[in-house]
Design a protein around this ligand. Structure first.
Ligand code: ADP
Length: 484
Protein backbone atom coordinates (compact mmCIF):
# COMPACT_ATOMS: atom_id res chain seq x y z
CA UNK A 1 0.00 0.00 0.00
CA UNK A 2 1.32 3.44 -0.88
CA UNK A 3 2.30 5.73 1.95
CA UNK A 4 -0.27 8.39 1.13
CA UNK A 5 -3.03 5.77 0.95
CA UNK A 6 -1.99 4.55 4.37
CA UNK A 7 -1.96 8.07 5.77
CA UNK A 8 -5.32 8.93 4.21
CA UNK A 9 -6.89 5.75 5.57
CA UNK A 10 -5.54 6.45 9.03
CA UNK A 11 -6.88 10.01 8.97
CA UNK A 12 -10.23 8.77 7.66
CA UNK A 13 -10.50 6.11 10.31
CA UNK A 14 -9.78 8.60 13.05
CA UNK A 15 -12.08 11.29 11.75
CA UNK A 16 -14.82 8.76 10.93
CA UNK A 17 -14.68 7.61 14.52
CA UNK A 18 -14.85 11.20 15.79
CA UNK A 19 -17.74 12.15 13.49
CA UNK A 20 -19.69 9.01 14.39
CA UNK A 21 -19.22 9.55 18.11
CA UNK A 22 -20.20 13.21 17.80
CA UNK A 23 -23.30 12.31 15.76
CA UNK A 24 -24.45 9.63 18.19
CA UNK A 25 -23.82 11.86 21.16
CA UNK A 26 -25.62 14.87 19.71
CA UNK A 27 -28.54 12.73 18.50
CA UNK A 28 -29.12 11.24 21.92
CA UNK A 29 -28.72 14.51 23.80
CA UNK A 30 -30.97 16.34 21.37
CA UNK A 31 -33.60 13.61 21.81
CA UNK A 32 -33.34 13.87 25.58
CA UNK A 33 -33.55 17.63 25.48
CA UNK A 34 -36.51 17.50 23.15
CA UNK A 35 -38.43 15.06 25.35
CA UNK A 36 -37.66 17.18 28.40
CA UNK A 37 -38.99 20.25 26.58
CA UNK A 38 -42.13 18.34 25.57
CA UNK A 39 -42.72 17.23 29.12
CA UNK A 40 -42.20 20.75 30.37
CA UNK A 41 -44.67 22.03 27.83
CA UNK A 42 -47.24 19.42 28.75
CA UNK A 43 -46.75 20.20 32.41
CA UNK A 44 -47.38 23.85 31.63
CA UNK A 45 -50.44 22.95 29.61
CA UNK A 46 -51.75 20.86 32.48
CA UNK A 47 -51.32 23.82 34.84
CA UNK A 48 -53.01 26.15 32.37
CA UNK A 49 -55.97 23.83 32.00
CA UNK A 50 -56.13 23.34 35.74
CA UNK A 51 -56.32 27.04 36.43
CA UNK A 52 -58.87 27.64 33.64
CA UNK A 53 -61.14 24.91 35.01
CA UNK A 54 -60.69 26.14 38.56
CA UNK A 55 -61.57 29.65 37.46
CA UNK A 56 -64.45 28.64 35.16
CA UNK A 57 -65.79 25.38 36.61
CA UNK A 58 -67.21 22.96 34.12
CA UNK A 59 -70.94 23.21 34.84
CA UNK A 60 -72.61 21.92 31.66
CA UNK A 61 -71.97 20.28 28.28
CA UNK A 62 -71.18 23.58 26.61
CA UNK A 63 -68.27 24.14 28.96
CA UNK A 64 -67.25 20.54 28.14
CA UNK A 65 -67.23 21.44 24.43
CA UNK A 66 -65.47 24.70 25.17
CA UNK A 67 -62.65 22.78 26.85
CA UNK A 68 -62.60 20.35 23.92
CA UNK A 69 -62.06 23.24 21.51
CA UNK A 70 -59.46 24.80 23.76
CA UNK A 71 -57.50 21.54 23.85
CA UNK A 72 -57.75 21.18 20.06
CA UNK A 73 -56.45 24.73 19.62
CA UNK A 74 -53.55 23.97 21.93
CA UNK A 75 -52.89 20.84 19.86
CA UNK A 76 -53.06 18.67 22.96
CA UNK A 77 -55.36 16.06 24.27
CA UNK A 78 -56.88 16.87 27.65
CA UNK A 79 -58.25 14.28 30.05
CA UNK A 80 -59.77 14.82 33.49
CA UNK A 81 -59.89 11.74 35.69
CA UNK A 82 -61.54 11.20 39.04
CA UNK A 83 -59.79 9.44 41.89
CA UNK A 84 -61.75 6.24 41.18
CA UNK A 85 -60.43 6.22 37.61
CA UNK A 86 -63.55 7.46 35.89
CA UNK A 87 -62.91 9.75 32.94
CA UNK A 88 -64.75 13.06 33.47
CA UNK A 89 -63.49 14.78 30.34
CA UNK A 90 -61.72 13.52 27.27
CA UNK A 91 -61.15 16.23 24.66
CA UNK A 92 -61.01 13.75 21.80
CA UNK A 93 -64.34 12.10 22.76
CA UNK A 94 -67.72 13.90 22.67
CA UNK A 95 -69.70 14.18 25.87
CA UNK A 96 -72.28 11.66 24.66
CA UNK A 97 -69.59 8.97 24.13
CA UNK A 98 -67.81 9.50 27.38
CA UNK A 99 -69.56 6.72 29.20
CA UNK A 100 -68.02 4.15 26.84
CA UNK A 101 -64.47 4.87 28.00
CA UNK A 102 -62.65 2.38 30.21
CA UNK A 103 -61.76 3.19 33.70
CA UNK A 104 -58.34 4.95 33.66
CA UNK A 105 -57.22 4.12 37.17
CA UNK A 106 -54.62 1.65 35.96
CA UNK A 107 -53.05 3.84 33.29
CA UNK A 108 -49.36 3.98 34.20
CA UNK A 109 -49.13 7.80 34.23
CA UNK A 110 -52.23 7.97 36.43
CA UNK A 111 -50.88 5.35 38.79
CA UNK A 112 -47.61 7.26 39.03
CA UNK A 113 -49.33 10.63 39.64
CA UNK A 114 -51.59 9.16 42.29
CA UNK A 115 -48.79 7.30 44.00
CA UNK A 116 -46.69 10.36 44.63
CA UNK A 117 -49.51 12.00 46.55
CA UNK A 118 -49.99 15.52 47.74
CA UNK A 119 -47.67 17.75 49.57
CA UNK A 120 -44.68 19.79 48.68
CA UNK A 121 -44.16 18.04 45.37
CA UNK A 122 -47.39 17.68 43.50
CA UNK A 123 -47.69 14.24 42.10
CA UNK A 124 -47.23 13.66 38.42
CA UNK A 125 -46.63 10.77 36.10
CA UNK A 126 -45.50 10.36 32.54
CA UNK A 127 -45.82 7.59 30.00
CA UNK A 128 -45.18 6.89 26.36
CA UNK A 129 -47.53 4.19 25.23
CA UNK A 130 -50.27 3.07 22.93
CA UNK A 131 -53.62 4.72 23.52
CA UNK A 132 -56.47 2.24 23.62
CA UNK A 133 -58.94 5.10 23.24
CA UNK A 134 -57.42 6.62 20.09
CA UNK A 135 -55.41 3.63 18.87
CA UNK A 136 -52.21 5.64 18.35
CA UNK A 137 -48.95 6.01 20.29
CA UNK A 138 -49.10 8.87 22.74
CA UNK A 139 -46.96 10.76 25.14
CA UNK A 140 -48.76 11.45 28.43
CA UNK A 141 -48.27 13.78 31.30
CA UNK A 142 -50.61 13.30 34.29
CA UNK A 143 -50.71 15.77 37.13
CA UNK A 144 -52.42 15.29 40.39
CA UNK A 145 -54.41 18.41 41.40
CA UNK A 146 -56.61 19.57 44.26
CA UNK A 147 -60.12 18.24 43.58
CA UNK A 148 -61.76 20.05 40.69
CA UNK A 149 -65.57 19.75 40.95
CA UNK A 150 -67.13 18.66 37.69
CA UNK A 151 -70.87 18.90 36.94
CA UNK A 152 -71.40 15.35 35.69
CA UNK A 153 -70.19 13.66 38.86
CA UNK A 154 -70.14 16.04 41.78
CA UNK A 155 -69.45 13.16 44.10
CA UNK A 156 -66.15 12.45 42.41
CA UNK A 157 -64.21 15.56 41.51
CA UNK A 158 -61.35 15.39 39.03
CA UNK A 159 -57.98 14.87 40.70
CA UNK A 160 -55.88 14.12 37.62
CA UNK A 161 -55.35 16.54 34.77
CA UNK A 162 -53.72 14.61 31.95
CA UNK A 163 -52.20 16.06 28.81
CA UNK A 164 -51.62 13.80 25.86
CA UNK A 165 -49.64 14.35 22.74
CA UNK A 166 -49.54 11.96 19.76
CA UNK A 167 -46.04 10.54 19.50
CA UNK A 168 -46.06 11.38 15.82
CA UNK A 169 -46.23 15.09 16.74
CA UNK A 170 -43.14 14.62 18.90
CA UNK A 171 -41.33 12.28 16.54
CA UNK A 172 -41.91 14.24 13.34
CA UNK A 173 -39.56 17.11 14.16
CA UNK A 174 -37.23 14.73 15.93
CA UNK A 175 -36.94 12.57 12.82
CA UNK A 176 -36.25 15.71 10.85
CA UNK A 177 -33.56 16.73 13.28
CA UNK A 178 -32.11 13.26 13.17
CA UNK A 179 -32.06 13.36 9.39
CA UNK A 180 -30.36 16.77 9.52
CA UNK A 181 -27.68 15.51 11.85
CA UNK A 182 -27.08 12.40 9.76
CA UNK A 183 -26.83 14.43 6.55
CA UNK A 184 -24.51 16.94 8.22
CA UNK A 185 -22.36 14.07 9.51
CA UNK A 186 -22.17 12.49 6.07
CA UNK A 187 -21.27 15.83 4.52
CA UNK A 188 -18.68 16.41 7.21
CA UNK A 189 -17.28 12.96 6.61
CA UNK A 190 -17.06 13.60 2.87
CA UNK A 191 -15.27 16.91 3.47
CA UNK A 192 -12.90 15.18 5.89
CA UNK A 193 -12.29 12.45 3.32
CA UNK A 194 -11.31 15.06 0.77
CA UNK A 195 -9.12 16.87 3.25
CA UNK A 196 -7.52 13.60 4.39
CA UNK A 197 -6.57 12.74 0.84
CA UNK A 198 -5.16 16.24 0.31
CA UNK A 199 -3.21 16.22 3.58
CA UNK A 200 -1.93 12.70 2.98
CA UNK A 201 -0.78 13.69 -0.51
CA UNK A 202 0.93 16.77 0.87
CA UNK A 203 2.79 14.77 3.49
CA UNK A 204 3.63 11.91 1.19
CA UNK A 205 4.54 13.99 -1.85
CA UNK A 206 8.16 14.74 -0.82
CA UNK A 207 8.66 11.05 -0.10
CA UNK A 208 7.25 10.20 -3.52
CA UNK A 209 9.59 12.73 -5.17
CA UNK A 210 12.51 11.29 -3.21
CA UNK A 211 11.63 7.81 -4.41
CA UNK A 212 11.53 9.04 -8.00
CA UNK A 213 14.91 10.75 -7.57
CA UNK A 214 16.39 7.65 -5.97
CA UNK A 215 15.24 5.62 -8.96
CA UNK A 216 16.88 8.10 -11.32
CA UNK A 217 20.10 7.89 -9.32
CA UNK A 218 19.95 4.11 -9.53
CA UNK A 219 19.61 4.49 -13.29
CA UNK A 220 22.87 6.47 -13.19
CA UNK A 221 21.56 10.03 -13.42
CA UNK A 222 23.56 12.03 -10.90
CA UNK A 223 22.24 15.44 -11.99
CA UNK A 224 19.06 14.94 -9.97
CA UNK A 225 18.33 17.27 -7.09
CA UNK A 226 15.71 16.32 -4.54
CA UNK A 227 13.35 19.27 -4.06
CA UNK A 228 13.34 20.29 -0.40
CA UNK A 229 10.14 22.11 0.51
CA UNK A 230 9.83 21.50 4.24
CA UNK A 231 12.03 21.94 7.28
CA UNK A 232 10.91 18.72 8.96
CA UNK A 233 12.61 15.32 9.02
CA UNK A 234 11.60 14.69 5.42
CA UNK A 235 13.23 17.98 4.37
CA UNK A 236 16.39 17.10 6.27
CA UNK A 237 16.43 13.68 4.64
CA UNK A 238 16.16 15.40 1.25
CA UNK A 239 19.08 17.70 2.09
CA UNK A 240 21.16 14.75 3.27
CA UNK A 241 20.46 12.86 0.07
CA UNK A 242 21.39 15.96 -1.94
CA UNK A 243 24.71 16.28 -0.18
CA UNK A 244 25.30 12.56 -0.74
CA UNK A 245 24.70 13.11 -4.45
CA UNK A 246 27.14 16.05 -4.38
CA UNK A 247 29.71 13.88 -2.64
CA UNK A 248 29.21 11.15 -5.21
CA UNK A 249 29.59 13.65 -8.04
CA UNK A 250 32.77 15.00 -6.50
CA UNK A 251 34.15 11.49 -6.07
CA UNK A 252 33.36 10.67 -9.68
CA UNK A 253 35.09 13.87 -10.80
CA UNK A 254 38.14 12.89 -8.73
CA UNK A 255 38.11 9.41 -10.23
CA UNK A 256 37.87 10.81 -13.74
CA UNK A 257 40.75 13.15 -13.01
CA UNK A 258 42.82 10.26 -11.66
CA UNK A 259 41.95 8.22 -14.72
CA UNK A 260 43.03 11.07 -16.97
CA UNK A 261 46.26 11.49 -15.04
CA UNK A 262 46.93 7.78 -15.31
CA UNK A 263 46.57 7.71 -19.08
CA UNK A 264 48.57 10.92 -19.38
CA UNK A 265 51.31 9.29 -17.33
CA UNK A 266 51.23 6.23 -19.51
CA UNK A 267 51.49 8.44 -22.61
CA UNK A 268 54.41 10.31 -21.09
CA UNK A 269 56.20 7.10 -20.14
CA UNK A 270 55.84 5.65 -23.63
CA UNK A 271 57.09 8.86 -25.13
CA UNK A 272 60.09 9.04 -22.78
CA UNK A 273 61.02 5.44 -23.52
CA UNK A 274 60.63 5.76 -27.22
CA UNK A 275 63.12 8.59 -27.66
CA UNK A 276 66.25 6.78 -26.41
CA UNK A 277 65.18 3.49 -27.97
CA UNK A 278 64.76 5.17 -31.35
CA UNK A 279 68.13 6.79 -30.96
CA UNK A 280 69.80 3.49 -30.13
CA UNK A 281 68.03 1.74 -32.98
CA UNK A 282 69.09 4.49 -35.42
CA UNK A 283 72.70 4.29 -34.36
CA UNK A 284 72.86 0.52 -34.56
CA UNK A 285 71.33 0.61 -38.05
CA UNK A 286 73.78 3.28 -39.17
CA UNK A 287 76.65 1.14 -37.86
CA UNK A 288 75.38 -1.92 -39.71
CA UNK A 289 74.86 -0.06 -42.93
CA UNK A 290 78.56 0.77 -43.22
CA UNK A 291 79.63 3.08 -40.46
CA UNK A 292 81.25 0.08 -38.69
CA UNK A 293 84.07 0.29 -41.17
CA UNK A 294 85.16 3.65 -39.90
CA UNK A 295 86.58 3.08 -36.40
CA UNK A 296 86.28 6.76 -35.43
CA UNK A 297 82.60 6.98 -36.40
CA UNK A 298 81.89 3.53 -34.87
CA UNK A 299 83.30 4.57 -31.55
CA UNK A 300 81.31 7.79 -31.56
CA UNK A 301 78.05 5.96 -32.38
CA UNK A 302 78.62 3.22 -29.83
CA UNK A 303 79.37 5.80 -27.15
CA UNK A 304 76.16 7.63 -27.99
CA UNK A 305 74.18 4.39 -27.93
CA UNK A 306 75.67 3.63 -24.54
CA UNK A 307 74.65 7.08 -23.25
CA UNK A 308 71.12 6.38 -24.38
CA UNK A 309 71.03 2.98 -22.69
CA UNK A 310 72.24 4.66 -19.51
CA UNK A 311 69.50 7.19 -19.94
CA UNK A 312 66.98 4.39 -20.36
CA UNK A 313 68.32 2.78 -17.24
CA UNK A 314 67.99 5.99 -15.24
CA UNK A 315 64.50 6.52 -16.58
CA UNK A 316 63.42 3.00 -15.69
CA UNK A 317 65.01 3.38 -12.27
CA UNK A 318 63.05 6.56 -11.63
CA UNK A 319 59.84 4.99 -12.96
CA UNK A 320 60.20 1.98 -10.72
CA UNK A 321 60.93 4.31 -7.83
CA UNK A 322 57.91 6.52 -8.41
CA UNK A 323 55.54 3.62 -8.92
CA UNK A 324 56.77 2.00 -5.72
CA UNK A 325 56.18 5.26 -3.86
CA UNK A 326 52.74 5.79 -5.35
CA UNK A 327 51.48 2.25 -4.83
CA UNK A 328 52.73 2.43 -1.24
CA UNK A 329 55.17 -0.45 -1.77
CA UNK A 330 58.10 1.63 -0.63
CA UNK A 331 58.62 0.89 3.04
CA UNK A 332 60.23 3.64 5.04
CA UNK A 333 62.35 2.87 8.05
CA UNK A 334 62.63 5.88 10.29
CA UNK A 335 65.66 6.35 12.53
CA UNK A 336 67.40 9.26 14.20
CA UNK A 337 70.62 10.13 12.43
CA UNK A 338 73.18 12.88 12.52
CA UNK A 339 72.26 15.47 9.91
CA UNK A 340 75.70 17.08 9.69
CA UNK A 341 77.39 13.78 8.95
CA UNK A 342 74.70 12.96 6.40
CA UNK A 343 75.05 16.27 4.50
CA UNK A 344 78.84 15.96 4.51
CA UNK A 345 78.56 12.61 2.81
CA UNK A 346 76.19 14.00 0.18
CA UNK A 347 78.59 16.84 -0.56
CA UNK A 348 81.49 14.40 -0.81
CA UNK A 349 79.58 12.36 -3.34
CA UNK A 350 79.15 15.37 -5.63
CA UNK A 351 82.64 16.70 -5.16
CA UNK A 352 84.00 15.48 -8.45
CA UNK A 353 80.89 16.32 -10.45
CA UNK A 354 80.89 19.91 -9.13
CA UNK A 355 84.62 20.24 -9.81
CA UNK A 356 84.11 18.98 -13.28
CA UNK A 357 81.35 21.49 -13.95
CA UNK A 358 83.38 24.33 -12.51
CA UNK A 359 80.87 25.01 -9.78
CA UNK A 360 81.74 25.53 -6.16
CA UNK A 361 79.69 23.25 -3.92
CA UNK A 362 79.52 24.74 -0.43
CA UNK A 363 78.45 23.37 2.88
CA UNK A 364 79.42 24.82 6.24
CA UNK A 365 79.63 21.90 8.68
CA UNK A 366 77.53 22.23 11.76
CA UNK A 367 79.21 22.39 15.12
CA UNK A 368 76.27 20.74 16.86
CA UNK A 369 75.73 17.04 16.36
CA UNK A 370 72.02 17.30 16.08
CA UNK A 371 69.87 14.46 14.85
CA UNK A 372 66.80 14.26 12.65
CA UNK A 373 64.19 11.51 12.31
CA UNK A 374 63.84 9.90 8.89
CA UNK A 375 64.74 7.23 6.39
CA UNK A 376 68.37 8.06 5.68
CA UNK A 377 68.53 6.29 2.34
CA UNK A 378 65.37 7.90 0.99
CA UNK A 379 66.52 11.31 2.16
CA UNK A 380 69.86 10.72 0.49
CA UNK A 381 67.99 10.11 -2.74
CA UNK A 382 66.01 13.34 -2.28
CA UNK A 383 69.15 15.36 -1.52
CA UNK A 384 70.93 13.74 -4.48
CA UNK A 385 68.13 14.79 -6.83
CA UNK A 386 68.14 18.37 -5.51
CA UNK A 387 71.95 18.82 -5.62
CA UNK A 388 72.10 17.10 -8.99
CA UNK A 389 69.48 19.52 -10.35
CA UNK A 390 71.30 22.51 -8.84
CA UNK A 391 74.53 21.44 -10.55
CA UNK A 392 72.73 20.64 -13.83
CA UNK A 393 71.01 24.02 -14.09
CA UNK A 394 73.93 26.16 -12.92
CA UNK A 395 76.46 27.30 -15.48
CA UNK A 396 80.17 26.90 -14.93
CA UNK A 397 81.61 29.40 -12.46
CA UNK A 398 78.48 29.34 -10.38
CA UNK A 399 77.84 28.18 -6.88
CA UNK A 400 75.64 25.63 -5.09
CA UNK A 401 75.23 25.97 -1.31
CA UNK A 402 73.67 23.55 1.13
CA UNK A 403 72.40 25.02 4.36
CA UNK A 404 70.47 24.02 7.49
CA UNK A 405 68.23 26.08 9.78
CA UNK A 406 67.16 24.66 13.09
CA UNK A 407 63.68 25.46 14.37
CA UNK A 408 61.79 24.24 17.37
CA UNK A 409 61.18 20.50 16.80
CA UNK A 410 62.10 20.67 13.13
CA UNK A 411 64.78 21.81 10.74
CA UNK A 412 64.85 23.24 7.25
CA UNK A 413 67.38 21.98 4.75
CA UNK A 414 68.03 24.24 1.77
CA UNK A 415 69.79 23.83 -1.53
CA UNK A 416 70.55 27.19 -3.16
CA UNK A 417 72.15 27.73 -6.51
CA UNK A 418 73.22 30.65 -8.64
CA UNK A 419 71.89 28.99 -11.77
CA UNK A 420 69.48 29.80 -14.55
CA UNK A 421 66.45 30.02 -12.24
CA UNK A 422 62.83 29.12 -13.00
CA UNK A 423 60.22 31.51 -14.40
CA UNK A 424 57.29 32.12 -12.00
CA UNK A 425 54.71 30.44 -14.28
CA UNK A 426 56.58 27.11 -13.98
CA UNK A 427 57.18 27.21 -10.25
CA UNK A 428 53.94 25.55 -9.22
CA UNK A 429 54.33 22.72 -11.73
CA UNK A 430 57.94 21.56 -11.54
CA UNK A 431 57.05 18.96 -8.89
CA UNK A 432 54.69 17.24 -11.34
CA UNK A 433 55.82 14.04 -13.01
CA UNK A 434 57.58 14.67 -16.36
CA UNK A 435 57.20 18.44 -16.08
CA UNK A 436 60.23 20.22 -17.41
CA UNK A 437 60.76 23.87 -18.15
CA UNK A 438 63.07 23.13 -21.06
CA UNK A 439 62.70 19.60 -22.33
CA UNK A 440 65.84 19.62 -24.51
CA UNK A 441 68.05 21.04 -21.84
CA UNK A 442 66.78 18.56 -19.29
CA UNK A 443 67.35 15.67 -21.63
CA UNK A 444 70.81 16.82 -22.52
CA UNK A 445 71.63 17.05 -18.86
CA UNK A 446 70.39 13.47 -18.41
CA UNK A 447 67.18 14.42 -16.59
CA UNK A 448 64.06 12.27 -16.59
CA UNK A 449 61.54 14.88 -15.41
CA UNK A 450 60.77 12.64 -12.45
CA UNK A 451 63.42 13.84 -9.99
CA UNK A 452 61.43 16.55 -8.20
CA UNK A 453 58.26 14.40 -8.15
CA UNK A 454 60.26 11.73 -6.30
CA UNK A 455 61.73 14.33 -3.92
CA UNK A 456 58.27 15.68 -3.10
CA UNK A 457 56.93 12.19 -2.42
CA UNK A 458 59.84 11.36 -0.11
CA UNK A 459 59.59 14.61 1.86
CA UNK A 460 55.83 14.30 2.24
CA UNK A 461 56.21 10.70 3.40
CA UNK A 462 58.36 12.19 6.19
CA UNK A 463 55.57 14.58 7.16
CA UNK A 464 57.54 17.52 5.77
CA UNK A 465 56.91 20.08 3.06
CA UNK A 466 58.99 21.22 0.13
CA UNK A 467 58.99 24.66 -1.45
CA UNK A 468 60.93 26.60 -4.06
CA UNK A 469 61.80 30.22 -4.67
CA UNK A 470 63.53 31.32 -7.80
CA UNK A 471 64.63 34.34 -9.80
CA UNK A 472 65.26 33.61 -13.48
CA UNK A 473 68.92 34.30 -14.26
CA UNK A 474 69.89 34.62 -10.61
CA UNK A 475 69.27 31.21 -9.12
CA UNK A 476 66.86 28.95 -7.26
CA UNK A 477 66.37 27.97 -3.68
CA UNK A 478 64.74 24.64 -2.69
CA UNK A 479 63.88 24.02 0.96
CA UNK A 480 62.30 21.17 2.82
CA UNK A 481 61.47 20.56 6.43
CA UNK A 482 62.27 17.53 8.58
CA UNK A 483 61.26 16.60 12.09
CA UNK A 484 64.09 16.63 14.56
P1 ADP B 1 64.67 16.84 -14.54
O1 ADP B 1 65.03 15.43 -14.59
O2 ADP B 1 64.21 17.36 -15.86
O3 ADP B 1 65.66 17.70 -13.88
P2 ADP B 1 63.10 17.35 -12.23
O4 ADP B 1 61.79 16.77 -11.80
O5 ADP B 1 64.26 17.11 -11.35
O6 ADP B 1 63.33 16.83 -13.68
O7 ADP B 1 62.91 18.87 -12.43
C1 ADP B 1 61.83 19.35 -13.18
C2 ADP B 1 62.18 20.63 -13.90
O8 ADP B 1 62.40 21.68 -12.95
C3 ADP B 1 63.48 20.56 -14.62
O9 ADP B 1 63.28 20.05 -15.93
C4 ADP B 1 63.93 22.00 -14.66
O10 ADP B 1 63.29 22.66 -15.72
C5 ADP B 1 63.41 22.56 -13.36
N1 ADP B 1 64.45 22.61 -12.30
C6 ADP B 1 64.63 21.72 -11.31
N2 ADP B 1 65.65 22.13 -10.48
C7 ADP B 1 66.12 23.29 -10.99
C8 ADP B 1 67.14 24.23 -10.59
N3 ADP B 1 67.89 24.03 -9.52
N4 ADP B 1 67.33 25.32 -11.36
C9 ADP B 1 66.57 25.55 -12.45
N5 ADP B 1 65.58 24.71 -12.88
C10 ADP B 1 65.36 23.60 -12.14
Amino acid sequence: MKIHTKLALLLLLLSGFVVLTAAIFSLSSIEKYYYARMMEEMQMQASVFESIIRRYPMHDTSSYEYLQRLAATANHRLTLIAENGRVLLESEVPWSELHRLENHRTRPEVVAAMATGFGMARGYGTATRHSATLNIDMLYFAKRVDPLPVFNDTAHPAVIVRIGLPLSVVNGPLAELRRGIIIASILLFLVITGLSILIARRIANPVRLMKASAERIRAGDLDVRIPVTTRDEIGILGETLNSMIDQLNADILKLRKLERMRSEFLGNVSHELRTPIFAIQGMLETLLSGALDDPQVSRDFIERALRNTKRLNTLLGDLIEISRIETGDMKMSFRYFNLDEFLNSVVAEFHDQADHAGISLLYTPQAATREVLGDRERLRQAMTNLVDNALKYTPSGGMVRIGVEWNDGSCTVRVDDSGIGIAPEHLSRIFERFYRVDRERSREAGGTGLGLAIVKHIIEAHGGTISVESTPGAGSSFRFTLNS
